[in-house]
Design a protein around this ligand. Structure first.
Ligand code: GLY
Length: 504
């Protein structure tokens, strides 16, 4: 952990840009802050992260359906959901240079005082009492005002028909609840998931992929009977210990306490939260985030979202501090109730003879933030300028790269044949340009776990070398065994030394 805090984070950003992982959006025109694009390598990896999440969380036992709804929604939806009134941040403008800042962040950074959720009058008073000044020009800051975080747009040619870019994917699920129940005929508990883009007009986007104006989410809305005791699958996870930072510990500057899933039920506002939290802890560890860098923080009342009866957000430790990666909210019947009242449509479902308005437990995953954590915790260097990402094999953009040792004597053709043979079963790539050392370096930079090299011996006995990204060690394996060996390595069934004959 200490090592991560000390990483030259600039190195990660440099590789991410140079190797097509993440680009600043519209960069040739200077871009706008808070917008980033996934390059060719980033896009491959994002797809794998989402696939891995689907496999882990959207299991048939959980009965979680997936849907995809529009990103632009009419004003009525977001008025009913409370976002028009409550989805706000405090802003202050410099009287000198006119720059606008988030007042709470500014105070926290210059005084260390945690003030998220305080009202604008309080924030204005603290800025003046503590002498907080404009970080750009040192000028005096104006009064704090409330600013709505939604991006508005006009739909159709008529001015004034305002709609909003959705601030969360969740609302598309709630407004479809009746359609979902009718078409799936699912019984409670069941979930609906959505992967997609959401938008927030952040006052001061920052910390690279953390605070974005356009961002990607993976959300699950779990619909439950309010009388339900606990998820049927909860006991599968009784061995998991959850690091929970209670409100008391936060107030006293204390550390998280490790609670078993059973013990956590006493502090969580809903038992279904424990189920998702246990799975989150396991999934992020699979991505390579150490357990010590993960905690679940009980949000204080003034930071809890307006729709939630209690949040235990999963946070990861970054180079600059702890940040929320997964919001875990107990949304109760807040959303369905308000949409029922405002649309006039019945959103209850039948449980036996009884009409029930379900409650909702929501884990909401930030994809961009997950990506940032993955890059940070996978970054390695040997202290002599050799850098690589130790991505898990299933998340790496490619499982393997196939190279000819040199670009002559039929080796490129032989290597290409091997590459084409592997491509239907594995994510493989081919590269024949530049020295073999350069190609190893380039493949390490994008975290490809295995490089397969075809050399003169290949022409004689149909064996190739496999190089392990993490320690540069090599084994020699016959071409015919490659599918079995690569499959075993990907699944973690075999160790690298068992992948072939060790080489010096
Ligand atoms: N749906 C919760 C969030 O976007 O934060």
């Amino acid at each position: 952990l200490e090592k991560v805090a000390a990483i030259q984070f600039d190195r990660v950003i440099d590789i991410a840009k140079r190797r097509g992982i993440i680009f600043q959006s519209s960069e040739i025109y200077g871009g706008i802050s808070g917008f980033f694009d996934f390059g060719p390598i980033g896009c491959l990896m994002k797809r794998k992260i989402v696939d891995s999440w689907r496999e882990f969380f959207l299991t048939p036992e959980d009965r979680i359906y997936e849907m995809e709804t529009c990103t632009i929604m009419p004003e009525q939806v977001l008025r009913a959901s409370g976002h028009l009134k409550d989805f706000i941040d405090p802003a202050t403008q410099c009287k000198g240079c006119n720059s606008i800042f988030r007042a709470d962040n500014l105070i926290e950074e210059s005084t260390g005082q945690f003030v998220e959720g305080m009202d604008p009058v309080e924030l204005t008073r603290i800025i003046s009492e503590k002498g907080v000044k404009c970080p750009k020009c040192g000028g005096e800051l104006g009064p704090t005002r409330i600013f709505n975080l939604m991006l508005a747009t006009n739909v159709g040619p008529v001015e004034g028909s305002i709609a909003y870019l959705r601030p969360e994917t969740a609302q598309g699920i709630f407004v479809n609840f009746k359609n979902i129940c009718g078409s799936t005929r699912a019984k409670l508990p069941f979930g609906v998931a959505q992967v997609g883009t959401s938008y927030r007009n952040e006052i001061s986007p920052r910390q690279w992929l953390i605070r974005l104006r356009e961002f990607r989410q993976m959300e699950i809305e779990m619909f439950i009977n309010p009388k339900a005791e606990e998820p049927p699958q909860l006991r599968q996870f009784s061995h998991v210990k959850l690091p929970i930072l209670t409100r008391e510990a936060q107030a006293g500057g204390g550390q998280p306490i490790e609670l078993s899933v059973e013990e956590s039920l006493k502090v969580l506002p809903n038992k279904f939260l424990a189920y998702f939290m246990a799975k989150e802890l396991l999934w992020y560890q699979q991505l390579g985030i150490p357990k010590g860098a993960i905690r679940f923080r009980h949000m204080n009342p003034n930071e809890t979202p307006h729709y939630s009866k209690g949040n235990f957000d999963m946070e990861i430790r970054f180079d600059f501090g702890w940040k929320e990666i997964v919001g875990n909210a107990y949304r109760t019947d807040f959303d369905l109730k308000t949409h029922m009242a405002n649309s006039g449509k019945d959103l209850t479902c039948l449980e036996g003879e009884e009409k029930v308005l379900p409650h909702v437990v929501e884990p909401s995953f930030g994809i961009d933030r997950t990506f940032y954590a993955l890059l940070l915790y996978s970054y390695r260097d040997d202290g002599r300028g050799w850098e690589w990402f130790a991505f898990p094999p299933r998340i790496a953009p490619y499982l393997c790269a196939v190279f000819p040792l040199v670009s002559k004597d039929g080796l490129p053709e032989r290597a290409e044949g091997i590459y084409k043979g592997l491509r239907s079963d594995f994510d493989a790539t081919f590269d024949s340009s530049g020295s073999i050392g350069r190609r190893y370096a380039r493949s390490d930079e994008i975290g490809i776990p295995y490089c397969i090299t075809c050399d003169y011996q290949t022409l004689e006995d149909s064996t190739v070398t496999i190089r392990n990204r993490d320690d540069s060690s090599q084994v020699r394996t016959s071409v015919g065994d490659l599918p079995e060996v690569l499959g075993g390595l990907m699944r973690g069934d075999i160790s690298f030394s068992a992948a072939g004959k060790p080489m010096k």
